[in-house]
Design a protein around this ligand. Sequence first.
Ligand SMILES: NC(=O)c1ccc[n+]([C@@H]2O[C@H](COP(=O)([O-])OP(=O)(O)OC[C@H]3O[C@@H](n4cnc5c(N)ncnc54)[C@H](O)[C@@H]3O)[C@@H](O)[C@H]2O)c1
Length: 239
Amino acid sequence: MTHSPSFSVAGKTVLITGGTGGIGGAFADAFQAHGASVIVADLRPPADPQPGRQYETLDVCDTKAVEALAARTKRLDVLIHCAGCLARWEEYKADIFAEIVDIHLVATMRLASAFRPQLKETKGCLINIASMYGYFGAAHAPAYSAAKTGVIGLTKSLALGFAPDGIRVNAIAPGWIKTEISRGGRENPEFNTKVVARLPNGEWAEPEELAGTAIFLASPAAQLINGVTIPVDGGYVAS
Ligand SMILES: NC(=O)c1ccc[n+]([C@@H]2O[C@H](COP(=O)([O-])OP(=O)(O)OC[C@H]3O[C@@H](n4cnc5c(N)ncnc54)[C@H](O)[C@@H]3O)[C@@H](O)[C@H]2O)c1
């Protein structure tokens, strides 16, 4: 008997942290265009709210606020933790280091634990966001790099830990994407030249170019994919 996989996310409810940012916003647009209900959770409401989208004000480092949002979220199929920021050289200060690790890594666990009951109910999935800096170090952003390495590891542990509940846990490691968080790097000629020289296609990507991987990971077609981090990097790590 032949089996035709479904790539559909229609009818699913998707929560995207950092969903007013570049990558999170592109994910929100794509999931909504494919028939999903989208809840965006970010520090501030967007300047241009999209019709049909639910917006929640949330600091992912605030455990009580995360738990309160979980308590009023009745159904969830997909949780994408896409909130993030960098403090660059300031990350050598221990308190700033801890803040950056919290936003990227601790919040991954905070959100996963808070929304586990809803995801168990739907046999849903988590999609975490790693980075090229999860694979190698960054002198200019040690907390960010350590946190993203942690996200790759935590994705494996959560996949194992949540498997009895039927919840899949994977991550995407974006390459070099044109958003606010990467503006400093793009506008630094020396840094930008190094990045572009290693990119096989020679250019930074648009956030929309990541969305297909998120939709695939959330779809029934990815039902056997669990605990992995997929680089979506235009071939950067291969070169
Ligand atoms: N742009 C890239 O090149 C790139 C590469 C690798 C990984 N990433 C990762 O992708 C994710 C999305 O980044 P982006 O490129 O869209 O950046 P972005 O700056 O456009 O968006 C980040 C969003 O996160 C939100 N945010 C920050 N702190 C928050 C908090 N405490 N609580 C809730 N929301 C918070 C911001 O308000 C913003 O909307 C981040 O995890 C980032 O580390 C980006």
